[in-house]
Design a binder for this molecule. Structure first.
Ligand SMILES: *Cc1c(COP(=O)(O)O)cnc(C)c1O
Length: 356
């Protein structure tokens, strides 16, 4: 890609409509984020060049943490350098070898890796399968140790939502903590784009999100109690042993949160687009900006994808090893800045490509 993350981008010299960006609200190119980043870079330098616990604990990080905690209705927030590092660092702090983790099989690889690192007893449950989760919680009812349920607010590959109310009910009944990855929910859901976890943050819930998607910048946060934050500062290895986030990224994320909270019209345009596509594709599940079309084999999907890219429409093809053979699909993500004409072009080509 040769141009910024916009609905139309130049790919190998061709102008294509980009349906695979997570720039849901169009903030990555917003002049206010760019200016905030440039200012922070001039003020603090291009890099932190140390971990925050050594000599790089700049005011911009603490301002960003305060802004996140307020926005998410949480007692406190802690920054991580990316969503991947947050999941890798936090999950092993929430559960260790004497504990049990119940994880949705559809979770992002970063959560799966965090769970592996924890050395806990790992009990995966089928994607969004609440009966199986309950059976597992029940089976281990009298085992000692902590229980942690790991899930995603909006699942990254399919775009479907987790049944959060049901998970919270089970967590309370079985004394579990819930870890919710809201990477695709923040900016998109909630009155102020705060995501899908209710405010104030329930005491048994820990939530994380990235600044690298709807927020238009880079980096990530984890929200929970002040006690959890203190504990993470001391034990989360990806926080302790990694150079701080570039100050420009933190300052741009801070500006991103202000815009996400203060300009609901961006969310309205995004949801208008979601609604438009949802109705025409006759999708019946709960809506999100991510749409997937199941198409079967690798060959079929490649044929459809080639037809779309030849029509200058860039969608994501999901094939092995990301999914098992036979479950290949096309994945489309929408932003607030796609126009009706972009969507109509996509719909036309999708209906043509089915008959190839
Ligand atoms: C993108 C993503 C991550 C990783 O976040 P980065 O900030 O890009 O490292 C983690 N979890 C989910 C569900 C994601 O979609």
């Amino acid at each position: 890609m040769e141009t910024p993350q916009e609905p139309e981008m130049v790919l190998g010299g061709h102008r294509v409509v980009n349906f695979c960006t997570n720039n849901y609200l169009g903030l990555a190119g917003d002049p206010r984020l760019i200016e905030a980043g440039a200012k922070a870079m001039r003020q603090y330098g291009a890099g932190g060049c140390a971990s925050r616990i050594i000599s790089a604990n700049l005011p911009v990080y603490e301002q960003l943490e305060d802004a996140v905690a307020e926005w998410k209705g949480a007692e406190s927030a802690l920054l991580f350098n990316s969503g991947y590092q947050a999941n890798l660092g936090v999950i092993p702090v929430l559960a260790s070898s004497s504990d049990i983790i119940f994880i949705d099989e559809g979770c992002h690889p970063s959560s799966l890796d965090g769970v592996r690192l924890s050395r806990a007893n790992i009990q995966p449950f089928r994607h969004n399968h609440m009966n199986q989760l309950e059976d597992l919680l029940d089976r281990f009812r009298s085992e000692p140790g902590r229980r942690l349920i790991v899930t995603e607010a909006v699942f990254n590959t399919g775009g479907d939502l987790c049944p959060m109310k049901d998970i919270f009910t089970l967590a309370v009944r079985y004394g579990a903590t819930v870890y919710v990855d809201e990477c695709h929910a923040v900016g998109v859901f909630g009155d102020e784009g705060e995501g899908l976890v209710p405010r104030p943050l329930p005491s048994f819930v820990v939530t994380m999100g990235t600044f690298g998607k709807a927020l238009g910048s880079y980096g990530a946060f984890v929200c929970g109690s002040s006690l959890l934050k203190d504990y993470l500062i001391n034990y989360a290895r990806t926080f302790l042993f990694s150079t701080s986030l570039p100050p420009a990224s933190a300052a741009a994320a801070l500006e991103g949160i202000k815009i996400v909270r203060g300009e609901p019209e961006r969310r309205r345009s995004l949801w208008n687009n979601i609604d438009y596509l949802q109705k025409r594709l006759m999708v019946i599940r709960e809506p999100s900006p991510i749409f997937t079309m199941m198409t079967g084999s690798s060959e079929e999907i490649l044929r459809q994808w080639t037809y779309l890219i030849d029509s200058n429409l860039y969608v994501q093809e999901i094939r092995p090893p990301i999914v098992p053979e036979g479950q290949c699909r096309l994945r489309v993500s929408l932003t607030s800045r796609h126009t009706e004409s972009h969507l109509n072009r996509l719909l036309d080509c999708l209906s043509n490509s089915v008959n190839l």
